[in-house]
Write a protein that binds this ligand. Structure first.
Ligand SMILES: [Zn+2]
Length: 298
């Protein structure tokens, strides 16, 4: 695989755009059609989503739980997204945003922490906080948890669970038990970016991610009692969609294991493992990451 192809792939799958976003602090100019897709919408009584379809233009999905005693949001998009999120929430309630729950540390999910921390409490997994600090990002939360925690506000209970490694080593699943709904963070992503390209999972090895442990992490998530799923990016879906995603992950792992057993090398693993049928454009480096993790475990 030539270098330009790898660079091209990284751009296509989003890592390139993510780095661009970290460098820029302006909200991108979008078409009216794109802006319409990003407006807050009600999922059910008391729960809204401010949609996010990618790590480059629109950021992660923001869940908005409105109670009689304030608002809890899940994730806060990019460093420039504070005003946009605040205005969107203001369009559905006069209640103040009191808590921001981070699903993980990435800048398209926790980027506005510094602004929200002026008036709200931000909560994240302890490894997400460590990742924010190690990566020199702003907005390290003052409150962390290890296995689970919960916020009780008004008539709502909102739980945070850590089920193990996957996208990073600090992923939190946010659970709304009374609404039978979850926000998965990037442990589950689905669909197309605003630019029309297809999302695929990203195991962030530099921040403790693990493709081998990811399916078991999803099994932990699936043990919760819920119907409605807000992915890290993409449309609101249902529990079965997470099962399909887990099975595709297992397929990728199985295929890499089989090729490693058959003598594949780090250099040729990407050309030997087919993923087109999964509708997941996986960069060669991603498959090399899987190769590394499979090889280490042997
Ligand atoms: Zn992420």
């Amino acid at each position: 695989m030539r270098t330009w192809q790898i660079v091209g792939w990284l751009t296509i799958v989003g890592l390139g755009s993510w780095l661009t976003v970290v460098a820029g602090q302006q909200r991108p100019v979008l078409s009216p059609e794109q802006e319409a897709r990003l407006q807050i919408r009600e999922i059910m009584d008391g729960l809204y989503v401010i949609p996010g379809f990618d790590g480059g233009q629109s950021g992660g999905n923001v869940a908005v739980r409105v109670t009689g005693d304030g608002v809890i949001i899940v994730d806060d998009k990019f460093p420039y997204s504070f005003d946009f999120i605040t205005e969107q929430v203001r369009s559905v309630t006069d209640q103040p945003i009191k808590y921001v729950l981070n699903t993980h540390h990435h800048g398209d999910h926790a980027g506005s922490n510094p602004d929200f921390m002026q008036s709200a409490e931000v909560i994240a997994h302890k490894n997400a906080r460590a990742n924010i600090i190690r990566n020199n990002l702003a907005g390290a939360p003052r409150v962390i948890f290890a296995d689970e925690t919960a916020v009780f506000l008004g008539d709502a209970e909102v739980q945070m669970h850590h089920f193990g490694r996957g996208h990073t080593n600090g992923d939190a699943v946010v659970y709304f038990p009374d609404l039978r709904a979850v926000h998965t963070g990037d442990l589950f992503v689905f669909g197309e970016r605003l630019d029309g390209s297809t999302l695929s999972p990203f195991w962030d090895f530099g921040n403790g991610g693990s493709v081998l442990e990811w399916p078991a992490t999803l099994t932990g998530l699936l043990a919760l009692d819920f119907d409605t799923v807000i992915p890290g990016h993409g449309p609101v879906l249902s529990k079965d969609d997470i099962r399909v995603f887990r099975s595709k992950l297992e397929t990728v792992i199985d295929r890499v294991r089989a090729e490693v057993a058959a003598g594949a090398t780090r250099d040729d693993i990407a050309s030997r493992v087919e993923t087109a049928d999964l509708d997941w454009p996986l960069a060669p480096v991603r498959l090399q990451n899987v190769f590394d993790e499979v090889s280490e475990g042997r």
